[in-house]
Design a binder for this molecule. Structure first.
Ligand code: GLU
Length: 506
């Protein structure tokens, strides 16, 4: 059974992929890999009115950046292809016709004006109009259930616009099973007769989705909770076709950090965090939305954070490599209730990953920044800088702020700190310090520390009186790593020069 696991991520290319979509892709990926199965990407682009040209590229690039590549999909192992529904158009009509033939579906000729009138009429009475068993054969609606075969043919031949609707069975309590939510029952009389095939010759999501899941031999449908209301129709469609249905798992929503409801782009804009994996430029409006990648998040940390939005391993462990996630991921540990998004936790994950990253990798990431600023030094030097600052960094984008003084002298001095620490007599004292430093032979961090501290002790001055002005001279503020590491890194000449510069300026 294990290797028969085939799951799909089936986004509609209507814009950038929200992190909720990335999490759906991730859970599908983890589930597939755990069971030696296949992870499929299918592009559900049957709704032409919502189609966005660059969205599919965005989706594949996002999966690539997240390091959760699909095994089958557009342009890759097209065994069950094509994988874009717009390229499978001719398949669906045949299946819609089959349902008409078997009595599971019917033609409906109601015009949009007629349907609008029904809706308005119901609204006026405080009711909601539903097209289903209670009115479909009453004569007010125009469909093949009440027309004669001849009338139907005449209408079709005359080019009348029609849709194909599902004939939902009446008076049945439908029992369903969801891998996460358990048993679910629904009274079929509450369902409406959904459109399966539209007047424009395109299937609706429901028909295309079921036909493709069947033809692509999907074993498990793992998707967002917003599709739970469609599950009864989908189960009924499998029954109508005489196919066995895959297993279903509906994932909990990702919720706003504060307040109620689904996490939206607006929450991200308001609270200052991205809701998209990659930066996205809306071609129509020119708006650019932030991305996790461009904001400096590590892909593996981002994935780790996402995995925990709705799933937990049942232990205290929070840091999981992708391989560990594959091993431990289990649908039975996915929660039923929504998962609150926490932007601080996203930063926390990144910080954790920062600490465990190899310094060479971080050096490679920092190098272009230094190059652009025109202060790049040899790799060994940058590597050391990285090792000094990484524990204080959350993002690579923090590196410059934390380490600029390793590459260039401070341009200005922190006003408050200068006022407090550069007092009467400090300039004279620092002149003496500079002279002493210029005579130190062994300029290692350990030795400069030893000699300077001895010098201070012998002079019987408080440590702070020398150390604070010294730090100010070298860094420009009272921050940064171990002072003697900085001294050893920038070297004797630069140290003395910076002290002299501070004396002149402060
Ligand atoms: N095309 C649907 C979406 O955009 C897919 C839903 C499903 O996975 O069945 O989310």
């Amino acid at each position: 059974m294990e290797s028969n696991v085939r799951v799909r991520f089936a986004p509609s290319p209507t814009g950038p992929l929200h992190i909720g979509g990335v999490r759906t892709a991730l859970y599908n990926y983890l589930f597939a890999k755990k069971h030696n199965g296949t992870f499929i990407l299918r592009i559900e682009d049957t709704d032409q009115s919502r189609y966005v040209a660059n969205a599919e590229n965005y989706i594949t690039e996002a999966l690539e950046w997240c390091n959760i590549p699909f095994d089958e999909g557009p342009g890759k192992n097209e065994k069950f292809g094509p994988y874009r529904q717009s390229e499978r158009k001719n398949i669906y009509k045949e299946y819609a016709d089959l349902l008409i033939k078997t009595g599971w579906a019917y033609y409906a000729f109601d015009t949009s004006e007629q349907l609008d009138a029904h809706r308005k009429g119901h609204e006026a009475e405080g009711k909601t109009f539903i097209y289903n068993w209670h009115n479909r054969e009453k004569g007010r609606l125009v469909n093949s259930l009440i027309l004669t075969n001849e009338e139907i043919q005449n209408r079709i031949n005359a080019g009348d616009n029609y849709v194909i609707r599902f004939k939902t069975p009446q008076d049945e309590i439908l029992r369903m099973e969801d891998e996460i939510r358990g048993k679910i029952t629904i009274d079929t009389n509450t369902l409406d007769d959904k459109i399966l095939f539209k007047g424009d010759g395109m299937p609706t999501y429901h028909l295309a989705n079921i036909v493709d899941d069947h033809l692509m031999e999907i074993s498990h449908v793992i998707r967002g909770e917003e599709w739970l209301p469609s599950m009864p129709l989908h189960i009924l469609l499998y029954r109508a076709f005489g196919w066995s249905a895959p297993k279903f798992a509906h994932l909990p929503l990702i919720l706003k950090p504060v307040g109620k409801g689904k996490l939206s782009k607006r929450d991200g804009d308001k609270l200052g965090f991205p809701v998209f994996p990659l930066e996205y430029k809306n071609e129509a409006s020119g708006d650019v939305s932030r991305g996790y990648k461009e904001d400096g998040y590590f892909a593996d940390g981002f994935i780790n954070m996402l995995a925990f939005l709705g799933w937990n391993p049942g232990t205290e462990q929070e840091i999981f490599s992708l391989q560990e996630l594959i091993k431990d991921f289990d649908l039975s540990r996915v929660s039923k209730s929504g998962a609150k998004f926490n932007p601080d936790k996203a930063c926390w994950f990144n910080q954790q990953y920062m600490q465990s990253k190899d310094n060479v990798e971080l050096t490679d990431l920092y190098t272009p920044v230094l190059k652009e600023k025109g202060v790049l030094k040899d790799q060994e030097y940058v590597l050391k800088v990285v090792s000094f600052i990484k524990e204080r960094a959350v993002f690579v984008t923090d590196f410059w702020e934390l380490s600029s003084f390793f590459f260039e002298a401070p341009i200005e001095f922190d006003v408050k700190a200068s006022k407090k620490n550069w007092k009467e007599g400090t300039s004279e004292l620092m002149t003496a310090v500079a002279l002493f430093i210029s005579n130190i032979e062994d300029f290692s961090s350990e030795n400069t520390e030893k000699e300077i501290k001895e010098w201070i002790t012998n002079k019987e001055i408080g440590f702070g009186k020398v150390m604070q002005p010294l730090r100010l001279s070298l860094v420009g503020k009272l921050a940064g790593p171990h002072l003697f590491d900085i001294i050893a890194m920038i070297g004797k000449k630069e140290t003395v020069k910076r002290i002299e510069n501070a004396i002149n300026k402060l």
